[in-house]
Design a protein around this ligand. Structure first.
Ligand code: LFR
Length: 491
């Protein structure tokens, strides 16, 4: 009685999952229906997403859910990583294979764009941290390179919107994912026509913006036929996974810092309006559009990518270690006196990550980590140190203290990272939920369905439904000296 079932699809850069959520009497229960890897594909030197395979996995997820006895789902919503997109031609067909944000075609494009729009101006008008992977630089690289796809393009849809379109036939752009493009005016919450026009991007490829929680449409007749299911409403919840994750932070008050831990570490706070000043610009903070009219003021820090990419290399070498084994080897190695800047250019593209980490340490005149344990420890320490630097910058911009850090997402399964974060930052860490993006996706669907009043109530439900673990800082002073060394290295 009175239970509502919803299906969430959450696509991260390394894996995707379908999660069935059942909300009953203020309690959310989740069950994994389907999980699959998401593998970037290198084609003749360019890095792409396997978009059609992901659509296949969505269909598998729906089938497994319905055939598993849960055909009575009230809605479906999809969230994904940011910035990437597909282009449609005049017949509404996908042109080519969407590119991966780690593809090298954006190399050097920032400088070219800054010749047309000075970087301070681009930041102040969009509120977005300047990163080569942003949609704005991807689009400019295509225009600059005379891309044939671009000449044919009639519509641009960001990844979650592209899947919504494949499922429903409706073309729309959800606000939270739109804000990752660096083409959105954060105050008006509309496309920034001036920037689009100055860069020579055709204005009419952009669709209308819809707010998070909008029902896009029902599963199309073709899909219902193909799968043998009834039409199910598809909701644009938060298309952007980071916003779904932040919505799942089980904080009671308004005043909290968070780290969404996945391939990336997104660290920041929630605010009511964008913070656009010299400090936020020089410290590279981003203002992304969130749920319930919130802005997430945060920094992109490279996260578990470094560990995932090390694992891929060690797999290629036949070591075949699981993440848990890697973590315990790091614990055995103990603290090492070498640090990397997780966000250094050197680490952006796929490749032999352990080798690059060693090279970085060597080039900066530090101890060179040798074993698997030492390399993993070097990464975890460096991430925790970057978190400390970021929380201190956040306090500086905000002019207030942030004593507690909520960590959410798959990365918190790495308890070494959680405890190091507490120790190195000297702050209490509250870790959970692990399935943050899916949980956030589900509570936003429940809000759209009128089953949950607002974000505050959603967070209360998350707090009541999923366990958290508290990590108290220990021996924090011990990290003061490494922190100084770290700051010197990354400058
Ligand atoms: C995290 C994330 C970040 C975005 C990055 C690239 O999954 O969505 O928020 O900056 O991926 O799209």
């Amino acid at each position: 009685e009175d239970a509502v079932k919803m299906l969430a699809f959450d696509f991260g850069a390394s894996s995707g999952r379908a999660m069935l959520g059942t909300l009953r009497k203020g309690h959310l229960e989740i069950r994994e229906i389907h999980r699959f890897s998401n593998d970037a594909v290198n084609v003749s030197g360019n890095l792409h997403w396997d978009t059609l395979r992901l659509l296949y996995e969505i269909k598998q997820g729906i089938l497994k859910c319905v055939n598993g006895g849960d055909s009575d789902i009230a809605s479906i919503a999809i969230d994904t990583w940011g910035v990437d997109f597909g282009l449609l031609d005049e017949r509404g067909e996908l042109i080519g294979n969407p590119y991966h944000y780690r593809d090298k075609r954006t190399l050097g494009m920032m400088e070219k764009v800054f010749e047309i729009i000075p970087k301070e101006q681009l930041y102040m008008k969009t509120g977005i941290q300047l990163m080569e992977l942003n949609t704005v630089f991807q689009l400019f690289s295509m225009i600059h390179g005379g891309s044939a796809q671009m000449q044919q393009a009639k519509t641009l849809l960001l990844t979650p919107d592209l899947f919504n379109y494949f499922l429903t036939g409706v073309k729309a752009t959800e606000y939270s994912i739109a804000s990752t493009t660096q083409l959105l005016d954060p105050l008006k919450k509309q496309w920034c026509g001036e920037i689009i026009q100055k860069l020579g991007i055709p204005r009419d490829i952009f669709t209308d913006i819809v707010m998070p929680g909008t029902v896009i449409g029902n599963l199309s007749a073709e899909i219902c036929d193909e799968l043998g299911v009834k039409p199910i409403p598809v909701i644009a919840a938060a298309g952007h996974d980071t916003q779904a994750a932040v919505a799942s932070v089980p904080a009671c008050g308004e005043d909290f810092a968070y780290i969404s831990c996945g391939t990336w570490s997104l660290m920041g706070v929630e605010t009511d309006s964008p913070i656009l000043n010299d400090k936020s610009f020089s410290m590279s903070f981003t203002n992304e559009g969130g749920i319930d009219n919130k802005i997430t003021f945060l920094k992109n820090i490279m996260g578990l990518w470094l560990i995932q990419e090390c694992k891929r290399q060690w797999d290629r070498e036949g070591k075949n270690l699981g993440f848990a084994a890697m973590e315990s080897m790091a614990r055995e190695a103990g603290p090492v006196s070498c640090f990397i800047d997780p966000d250094d250019r050197l680490f952006v593209s796929p490749g032999n990550m352990p080798e690059r980490i060693k090279r970085y340490c060597c080039d900066t005149g530090q101890y060179v980590p040798q074993s698997v344990g030492e390399v993993v420890m070097c990464i975890c320490q460096s991430l925790a140190l970057k978190y400390r630097m970021t929380v201190e910058s956040l306090e500086d911009v905000l002019g207030r203290k942030l004593p507690v850090i909520h960590m959410v997402g798959g990365g918190i399964k790495d308890k070494l990272l959680c405890s190091l974060t507490a120790d190195v930052t000297g702050r209490e860490v509250i870790a959970g939920p692990v399935e943050a993006t899916s949980v956030g996706n589900l509570v936003i669907q429940a809000m759209a369905l009128g089953k949950v009043k607002n974000l505050k109530e959603a967070r209360r439900i998350v707090g009541a439904s999923f366990p958290t673990e508290v990590f108290k800082p220990r021996d924090s002073q011990m990290w003061d000296r490494p922190y100084e060394a770290f700051k010197n290295i990354i400058r």
